[in-house]
Design a protein around this ligand. Sequence first.
Ligand code: BGC
Length: 260
Amino acid sequence: MTTAHPLGIDVGGSGIKGAPVDLDAGAFAQKRLRIDTPETSTPEAVCDVIAQVVDHFDEVRGSSPIGVTIPGVVQHGVVKTAANIDKSWVGCHIEDLLEQRLQHDVVVVNDADAAGVGELHYGAAKGHEGLVVLTTLGTGIGTAIFNEGVLVPNSELGHIQIDGKDAEPSTASSAKTREGLSYPEWAERLQKYYRALEDLLWPDLFVVGGGVSKDSDEFLPLLDIRTPIVPATLKNKAGIIGAAVLATRTQDARGQHTQD
Ligand code: BGC
């Protein structure tokens, strides 16, 4: 069986999840597959799991694009940072590694960028003009910036300095869990963070993703900031869907070049 559906694969700290994506509907075309992230999550070990996910959706081995997300900066197929993943990722040409392994074109992008693209096309940021900033609150803080629908990749605003320190370790939702903070206690930190972001960027909209966004009623109303702030709507599907969109876009652009 052949299908035109691109495959999106989201590499997270606890699970590696993939599904073929119906780009017209902005939804999974088949049930998602999730496999635990290997305990020692080196590039090679993660590539093994990605290969299992691709094998599971064997029909994509035709010419359908494959998009993969990584929780770090990815520039031209090379991983540049590893705040919350094994340090051996830094400098790894993950696109080459995966392409050799899978014998298939692969596009690798930052996880928050992919989630942002998902929300922009099909979710909370759909139809929003101007400057939109998506933040994902999880183990780390991921960010994606869009100006008039155009992604500025690898923005890494989770690591801005607040009170002279990297914001992420004290502001991510993992800090709330680790320190046993109540929502109002955590919201005080979020307030500082989103104020700092809006003073730097003057966005038209913040979208808040990550697992904790399902409880957004508990903390978003506590924030006193001037920028409208809304929860993401695609939940944990955003990364997979966005990766599939970005892979399709890149494959189309590469095809265009070949024809030129
Ligand atoms: C990384 C980002 C990533 C975010 C969410 C941060 O620690 O630096 O690249 O998007 O975590 O996973």
